[in-house]
Design a protein around this ligand. Structure first.
Ligand code: PLP
Length: 480
């Protein structure tokens, strides 16, 4: 590299690279000192940013300074051990370093030939993940299927829906546009991204059936079959059912095995969404959570939620890769089956996703799995679940609070006994302290708080401390 260019030279890259790592390490050291959720209004951060881009390049030190002074104060600190809201979106140092390599290589892995290692590492890591979760062999490359890393569970659902739509319509929808009324089956607790996927795939809201749920918010299979029968009698065509392992509101688990029997009987595509909870199956003790996947056509979960791998990383598995590829390929017929030098057919991941280009996402997951091993991953996931169990116990033993829904693994749904208004105020008070961050949901008009344990560094002291904050805030509102 010449010195009369605008580029950062290698020596400067080393210098600033080390200092960025130092800054990041420092951020983690002081993470607990920041309010978990920032006290800012819309526009506060915009105001600190120049309206126009710089004419002349700026010193790198100044950019780092602005990260400190403008960006960090405007962050919600998802990596804080006091973050218990929504779901975790955790990461880890091995993941960060894997991501750094990915940025450095900057390869496009759209087809095998555009970066063979990008495709083949992903294939092997996906098979590893299938083994870690004990998935049926059909979801692996040695079976009829295989796995791919999508950006999100939303995209995984969309790809599943499109593969289901195409295989049901004999690939005619791709050619002719939608001609037949295809019907999809969900519950009210299915993630909104699946509904969005159905809209994007042109299925239409009118063609979505919401199946009744039992008292644990899980799909009622009898009602599923009733709906299917009614639709068939009307000349409509059932094509897709989504089962969730760990719904977002309460972590309810749909009866996947039973849904699978119905799906097989009526030839529906069964997609299983285990976005957060799927990770628990790495622990032998929680393998049962994924029972019933034998009859599923696709399955996804997010290492970017609870498996110490930074966003974006959704692992999406199909039982029959031909169906997915046939639905999403953009290869004109005459170019099909492009092979490598030896004439072997290759995997072109472009045909497994919506976009053409793709990042080298498997690096960070490979780093995480190799660094922690199954043992380390199980250890930390078990610990999170034990901490959630501890929190549940504290709530159950208190006079003022009650458990709202059965805990499955790392999420505790609970509420103060004084009703919706009180709980709304309580949540606001807790989050205002900046020392713990929780979120809420509402079912049948009952407002409840969600306490989700899954941040990489959450320990017992953080959970106990959060419980004290919750109690103090409740007492404070009682006094007003
Ligand atoms: C979080 C979540 C999703 C959405 O995940 P993205 O990766 O953000 O699309 C889907 N389903 C369930 C059950 C979830 O908890």
């Amino acid at each position: 590299m010449s010195t009369d260019s605008y580029h950062m030279d290698i020596e400067s890259f080393k210098k600033y690279g080390y200092s960025v790592i130092d800054e990041i390490a420092d951020y983690y050291k002081h993470l607990e000192e920041y309010p978990v959720s920032p006290n800012v209004n819309f526009g506060d951060i915009l105001e600190k940013l120049p309206l126009s881009p710089p004419e002349h390049g700026e010193p790198f030190e100044k950019i780092i300074e602005d990260v400190k002074n403008i960006v960090i104060p405007g962050l919600t600190h998802w990596q804080s051990p006091n973050f218990f809201a929504f779901f975790p979106s955790n990461t880890s140092f091995p993941s960060i370093l894997g991501e750094l390599y990915s940025a450095a290589f900057g390869v496009q892995g759209m087809v095998w030939a555009t970066s063979p290692a990008c495709t083949e590492l992903e294939m092997r890591v996906m098979d590893w993940v299938a083994e870690l979760l004990n998935l049926p062999e059909k979801f692996m490359f040695k079976g009829s299927g295989g796995g791919v890393i999508e950006d999100s569970a939303s995209t995984a659902a969309l790809c599943a829906i499109i593969a289901a739509r195409e295989s049901k319509s004999d690939y005619s929808t791709n050619k002719l546009g939608a001609r037949i009324p295809l019907i999809a089956y969900l519950t009210k607790h299915t993630h909104s991204s699946v509904i969005k996927g159905l809209k994007v795939a042109g299925i239409g809201e009118e063609n979505i059936r919401y199946i009744d749920t039992d008292r644990f918010y899980a799909m009622d299979v009898v009602n599923l079959e009733e709906h299917i029968e009614i639709d068939i009698s009307k000349g409509l065509i059932p094509f897709f059912v989504c089962a969730t392992i760990g719904t977002t509101s309460t972590n309810a688990v749909d009866p996947v095995a039973l849904i699978g029997v119905v799906a097989e009987k009526y030839n529906l595509w069964l997609h299983v969404d285990a976005a957060m909870v799927g990770t628990a199956a790495i622990c032998d003790k929680y393998k049962y959570l994924l029972d019933g996947l034998e009859k599923a056509n696709s399955f996804c979960f997010n290492p970017h939620k609870w498996m110490f791998t930074n966003f974006d990383c959704d692992c999406f598995f199909v039982d029959d890769r031909r169906k997915l590829i046939s639905a999403l390929t953009i290869m004109p017929e005459y170019l099909k089956n492009i092979k490598d030098n030896k004439g072997t057919e290759v995997i072109d991941y472009r045909d497994w996703q919506v976009s053409l280009g793709r990042r080298f996402r498997s690096l960070k997951l490979w780093f995480v799995i190799r660094y922690y091993g199954k043992e380390g991953l199980s250890f930390h996931i078990n610990k999170h679940i034990e901490l959630a169990r501890l929190f549940e116990e504290l709530v159950a033993n208190s006079q003022d609070f009650e458990i709202f829904a059965k805990r499955i693994v790392n999420l505790v749904c609970f509420r103060h006994k004084r009703g919706n208004k009180f709980n709304e105020k309580l949540l606001n008070e807790i989050n205002k302290t900046g020392k713990a961050y929780l979120s809420h949901s509402k079912i049948d008009d009952i407002f409840f708080l969600r306490f989700c344990v899954g941040q990489t560094y959450t320990e017992k002291e953080h959970v106990i401390n959060a419980w004290h904050i919750i109690q103090n805030c409740a007492n404070k509102i009682n006094l007003i």
